[in-house]
Design a protein around this ligand. Structure first.
Ligand code: UDP
Length: 329
C-alpha cells in the first residue's frame, strides 16, 4: 500500500516524503512543479508531474501503486496574491482538490491528511488559538482552506473519507538536505537570512505599532520536521481507525519580528539591517497556537520548538544552498 503525496516537491511535502521513505513507507509523489522543485524529491520516490485534478492520471497512480492514503500538500499559498487573483486560488486550492478527493474516493482511498492553516481562523478573538476558535478568514487563501475543511466534513459523513486536517502556524526551518526556496520569497526567516548573506540590502519590518511588547507582530514558528512528524502520526491515527480531526500545529509560543531578526543576528554573526515599513494588509498582531490537541490525539511532541534551533537549521541550509534548489548559472 502506498501513500500519495501531492505537492511532494514543495517545502513541507518534500520533508514528509523523506520522512515517510525513511520509515519504510511506499510513497508516490504528484506535483505540477509550478512552485515545487523536483530536486527536493530526488530519486527516493516515484514522481509524476501533473495536476491533482487530472482524474485519469490520479486513477492511474492509485492503481499502479495501490494507494491507500493521501497527504495533500499542494496548494497556492501567497496570501497577497490570493487577494488580487482569487480565481487562481479557488480554482487551484478548491476545484482541483475537489477533483482529487472524488478520484481518491472512486479508487477506494479513504485516509486523507490535509494541509490546512491558521489563516482559517482570521483575526484572532483570543490567543492561544484552539481548534474551537471561530473561523472567519480575512483573505481568499484562508477561505480556500476553510472550504476544503468543510468539504472534508461532508465527505466523511457521506463517503466515509476519514481525514486529519492540520492547521499549520508558521512553517519554518530546514533539514540537512531540504529547505525553503520560494520564488518569490515573502516569508520572514528566509528574507532575514538573505539579508544576512548580503543578497538583500535590508529587511523591512512590517509595522512596529502593534499592541505587542516591542510593537512588532508575533507568530508561532514551527520547524518543518515537527510539521512532518505530525503528518506521519496523523496517518497512523487514520490507519488505526481514528476519527476525523482538525488539529493545530504550532509550538504554543510566539516570537516577534524584532525577536526573529535579533535571533538571526546572533545565529549568523552577521549584520542584518532592518527598517520599519508600513503594516502588511491583513496581518494580525498575534498568532499563537494552542497545540494541546496534537499532543493528546496524535501523541505529537515537537523536537525543535525553540526559535534559535529553527533559524540555525535554516541558516545551515541557505549557506549550503545559496541559490536554493537552482544551481548557479
Ligand atoms: N514580515 C516582516 N517583513 C518581511 C516579511 C514578513 O516584517 O519582509 C512579518 C509579517 O508581517 C508577519 C511575520 O513577519 O508579521 C511573519 O510573516 P511571514 O510572511 O513569514 O508569515 P505569515 O505569518 O504571513 O504566514
Amino acid at each position: 500500500m502506498a501513500i500519495l503525496v501531492t505537492g511532494g516537491a514543495g517545502y513541507i511535502g518534500s520533508v514528509a516524503v523523506s520522512d515517510l521513505v525513511a520509515r519504510g513507507e511506499e510513497v508516490v509523489v504528484i506535483d505540477n512543479l509550478v512552485y515545487g522543485h523536483q530536486e527536493a524529491v530526488g530519486p527516493v520516490a516515484p514522481f509524476y508531474e501533473g495536476e491533482i485534478g487530472d482524474s485519469d492520471l490520479v486513477t492511474k497512480i492509485c492503481k499502479a501503486h495501490s494507494v491507500d492514503a493521501c497527504m495533500h500538500f499542494s496548494a497556492y499559498a501567497y496570501v497577497g496574491e490570493s487577494v488580487t487573483e482569487p480565481r487562481k486560488y479557488f480554482e487551484n486550492n478548491v476545484v482541483q482538490t475537489l477533483r482529487l478527493l472524488d478520484t481518491l474516493i472512486d479508487n477506494g482511498v479513504r485516509n486523507f491528511v490535509f494541509s490546512s492553516t491558521c489563516a482559517t481562523y482570521g483575526e484572532p478573538q483570543y490567543v492561544p488559538i484552539d481548534e474551537n476558535h471561530p473561523q472567519s478568514p480575512t483573505n481568499p487563501y484562508g477561505e480556500t482552506k476553510l472550504m476544503v475543511e468543510r468539504i472534508l466534513k461532508s465527505y466523511d459523513v457521506a463517503y466515509g473519507l476519514r481525514y486529519v486536517a492540520l492547521r499549520y502556524f508558521n512553517a519554518s526551518g530546514a533539514t540537512e538536505t531540504l529547505g525553503e526556496h520560494h520564488t518569490p520569497e515573502t516569508h520572514l526567516i528566509p528574507l532575514v537570512l538573505a539579508a544576512a548573506m548580503g543578497k538583500l540590502p535590508r529587511i523591512s519590518i512590517f509595522g512596529d505599532d502593534y499592541p505587542t511588547p516591542d510593537g512588532t507582530a508575533i507568530r508561532d514558528y514551527i520547524h518543518i520536521s515537527d510539521l512532518s512528524s505530525a503528518h506521519l502520526l496523523a496517518l497512523d491515527h487514520l490507519r488505526s481507525g481514528g476519527a476525523s480531526e482538525f488539529i493545530n500545529l504550532g509550538n504554543g509560543s510566539g516570537y516577534s519580528v524584532k525577536e526573529v531578526v535579533d535571533c538571526a543576528r546572533k545565529v549568523t554573526g552577521r549584520e542584518i539591517k532592518a527598517e520599519t515599513a508600513p503594516r502588511r494588509a491583513g496581518d494580525p498582531a498575534r498568532l499563537i497556537a494552542n497545540a494541546a490537541k496534537a499532543r493528546e490525539v496524535l501523541g505529537w511532541t515537537p523536537e525543535h520548538p525553540d526559535l534559535e534551533s529553527i533559524i540555525e537549521s535554516s541558516w545551515k541550509w541557505h549557506q549550503a544552498n545559496p541559490n536554493g534548489y537552482t544551481p548557479a548559472a
